[in-house]
Design a protein around this ligand. Structure first.
Ligand code: NDP
Ligand code: GDR
Length: 375
């Protein structure tokens, strides 16, 4: 019998990679997706299996993290061996605008899943992975951050995730559930949401070099993050649930990089060097050298052109200045060895966005209108 997994947040970045990973391992994968007025399955469409055929191993169900009855019914019907609770309002800045909803979906949503497992008598059968986050460390109390570093959340998102973290620990201790927190540091990919900073940068760098955009507006360029590749991280989610005992784990690369340096790396990938001048809201990123790596790009950028500016609209009421994880425990006990370096991550993302924007350019030149400018 194939193992059954339920993934909440299956339509997101991690949900998509995890689905592919688990299908390749022979799992039957059930996914919770939200009803939306437009199709929202882009990231998993390549995995679609026609429900009319036999041996279908990917099944989607409508649902929402704010709906206990729906979650309980689905868990009862599916009887999953493993639940990966990835669904969340995952954007830190947006959580300042939607704090109550974020608490409901990200915090209480986790309780709903755990309580359903308990009430349905599945505590011995069903293992639960909770998508915890390096945002818990917030105003950091220790560098690098590890499993024992105290939390100091700095956003409604992080506070909601802190509740989710502790309720997961509590259900493990109180009811003997195999429930684990993966405290994952930032992980990115070519299918990362377009409004997270890395993807915003790689999309803009691709557009700017192709002449589809003039300037990239960003917030805090000094902020530093420990960025890994989502493909590596979803494998760790699975390994965390295969361990002998349920524990909490930091998953990170151990390298931290500023937003400014990520911008430099993205432009460098297409042969454009940037120099940053000025400070604070007046800082600008200026082209200092142009040596395009791909003649097809027909790059018209010139030395001295301003391509990055600061827009205070993207500053957060409270910021997390620096994150850098210490994944020693996962390395030693789970054999964590990330396959992608930051250079390879940037390359993967830039290749994806350059290909995407070349298509846009082709369509625009053929007279079509392309609107993909919301941030
Ligand atoms: P995404 O934002 O790409 O995906 C979030 C998923 O959750 C989407 O499928 C979304 O559905 C779904 N979702 C949001 N709200 C609800 C709701 N109320 N009910 C049901 N589904 C909902 O996030 P990632 O894939 O990047 O992250 C996965 C998880 O890991 C999240 O919990 C995130 O907070 C956490 N995390 C992420 C890290 C990262 O760097 N990527 C690092 C650490 C933790 P829809 O497609 O309809 O919007
Ligand atoms: P983060 O990711 O908040 O770390 O949360 P994000 O990419 O949004 O921000 C990273 C840093 O970049 C700074 N920044 C900007 N951010 C955005 N989005 N847009 C900008 O224009 C911009 N300019 C500078 C931010 O201020 C911040 O310091 C992500 C999410 O995936 C969470 O769900 C997850 O829990 C954490 O990573 C780990």
């Amino acid at each position: 019998m194939a193992k059954k997994a339920l993934i909440t947040g299956i339509t997101g970045q991690d949900g998509a990679y995890l689905t592919e990973f688990l299908l390749n391992k022979g799992y039957e994968v059930h996914g919770l997706k939200r009803r939306s007025s437009l199709f929202n399955t882009d990231r998993i469409d390549h995995l679609y299996q026609d429900p009319h055929e036999s041996d279908v191993r990917l099944k989607l169900h409508y649902g929402d993290m704010t709906d206990s009855m729906n979650l309980t019914r689905l868990i009862q019907e599916i009887q999953p061996d493993e639940i990966y609770n990835l669904a969340a309002m995952s954007h830190v800045q947006v959580s300042f605008e939607t704090p109550e909803y974020t608490a409901n979906a990200d915090g209480i949503g986790t309780l709903r899943v755990l309580e359903a497992v308990r009430l349905l008598g599945l505590s011995e059968k069903t293992r639960v992975y909770q998508a915890s986050t390096s945002e818990l460390f917030g105003k950091v109390q220790e560098i690098p951050q590890k499993e024992t570093t105290p939390f100091y959340p700095r956003s409604p998102y992080a506070v909601a995730k802190m509740y989710a973290y502790w309720i997961t620990v509590n259900y493990r201790e109180a009811y003997n559930l195999f429930a684990c927190n993966g405290i994952l540091f930032n992980h990115e990919s070519p299918i990362r949401g377009e409004t997270f900073v890395t993807r915003k940068i790689t999309r803009a760098a691709a557009k700017i070099i192709l002449g589809l955009q003039d300037c990239l507006f960003l917030g805090n360029l000094d902020s530093k993050r420990d960025w890994g590749h989502a493909k590596d991280y979803v494998e760790m989610m699975w390994l965390i649930l295969q361990a002998d005992i349920p524990e909490d784990w930091v998953i990170a690369t151990g390298v931290t990089t500023s937003v400014r340096d990520f911008v430099r790396m993205a432009f460098a990938h297409v042969g454009v060097s940037l120099e940053f001048k000025g400070s604070g809201v007046d800082e600008v990123g200026v082209v200092s050298k142009v040596n395009p790596t791909d003649p097809e790009l027909e790059c018209k950028l010139t030395v001295g052109q301003e391509v990055v500016r600061v827009d205070p609209r993207y500053f957060r009421p409270t910021e997390v200045d620096i994150l850098i994880g210490d994944p020693t425990k996962a390395k030693e006990k789970l054999g964590w060895v990330p396959r992608y370096t930051l250079d390879e991550l940037v390359k993967d993302m830039m290749e994806g966005d350059v290909a995407l924007m070349k298509k846009d350019k082709y369509l625009i030149e053929a007279g079509h209108q392309i609107f993909r400018y919301f941030e």
